[in-house]
Design a protein around this ligand. Structure first.
Ligand SMILES: Cc1cc2nc3c(=O)[nH]c(=O)nc-3n(C[C@H](O)[C@H](O)[C@H](O)COP(=O)(O)O)c2cc1C
Length: 270
């Protein structure tokens, strides 16, 4: 699948950081929005990401302008993303989303995260969202990219009608393609995205130090069983769980000190 990402990131390059994290997975061609050939080049891509920081409650005006310039987009797949200061995304994506859908495009998924902002009054309080996007945000962006690819290539977990936003009888119907963020990410040293985890138990089987335990979460739409990193402090960072998780729902957040602590602990056991 050929993927392009078109972006604006001018304030502190927060959005660029997010793009770099996504691109570890997507391997997309990156274009700054002022590349005048984008209008032509878009034809050769199957999936196009459009994003920027949020400036005055919407995407950067050049991104909006570019979307307005695109010709008929029937059947073309898009994803949109942003970094923002506000706690809530609110309606920030609406303008861009509506333009793309009006032209027949399909929005496969959307991503947003908070980022540092020291403009206006925030300057006098040391800025908002200090140190964001942080490592966890970047992981979420990577995770988003994996999910995005799965949605475009394998539709096992997302029924087709939920996969994309589209226009039906003149009305824009928004696809609800994200597993709703009900449970979020569990763990500190071992992160499990519980909304993605489908409780297959592979991590439980491969973990040599019994970090995970399956627990039931009644009514979760993806799966009621979830792997909880109950013994995360025992993690020896072998990464077997990460490699075996079919949904890329696990990330090991331990550092070198954790690695030494575990080596010492296991050494003492001998
Ligand atoms: C001129 C300007 C206007 C902004 N307006 C908003 C806004 O309306 N809502 C919001 O949540 N964040 C706003 N922000 C914060 C940015 O969205 C945030 O810092 C973003 O990460 C910037 O992305 P960039 O570093 O990739 O340019 C604004 C920032 C700037 C510089």
């Amino acid at each position: 699948m050929k993927i392009a990402i078109v972006y604006v990131s001018y304030y502190r390059k927060h959005t660029k950081k997010i793009i770099e994290a996504m691109n570890k997975v997507l391997k997309a061609d990156l274009y700054e929005v002022n590349d005048t050939l984008i209008w032509e080049k878009q034809k050769k891509y199957d999936l196009i990401g459009l994003g920027s920081g949020i400036y005055f409650a919407k995407h950067h005006k050049q991104i909006i302008e570019l979307a307005s310039l695109f010709p008929d987009l029937s059947g073309k797949m898009f994803f949109i993303f942003c970094t923002r200061c506000n706690i809530r995304l609110g309606k920030y994506h609406d303008k861009l989303r509506n333009i793309l859908i009006e032209k027949g495009g399909c929005i496969v998924d959307e991503f947003s995260c908070r980022a540092y902002d020291a403009t206006g009054p925030f300057r006098y309080f040391g800025g908002m969202n200090k140190y964001k996007p942080n490592e966890k945000d970047l992981w979420k962006a990577e995770e988003f990219a994996r999910k995005l690819l799965r949605k475009c290539t394998d539709k096992v977990h997302f029924s087709d009608e939920n996969l994309i936003s589209r226009k039906i009888d003149g009305k824009i119907i928004r696809g609800d393609y994200n597993p709703p963020s009900i449970l979020g990410i569990q763990g500190d040293k071992v992160w499990v995205n519980l909304d993605v985890c489908n409780g297959c138990g592979k991590c439980v089987k491969v973990c040599p130090v019994n970090v995970y335990k399956l627990s039931k979460f009644k009514g979760h739409p993806v799966s009621e069983l979830k792997a909880i990193p109950v013994n995360e402090l025992d993690c020896i960072q072998c990464l077997l769980c990460v490699e075996n998780c079919p949904f890329s729902a696990i990330h090991i957040n331990g550092n070198i000190f954790d690695a030494f602590r575990m080596a010492w602990k296991h050494g003492k056991r001998e």
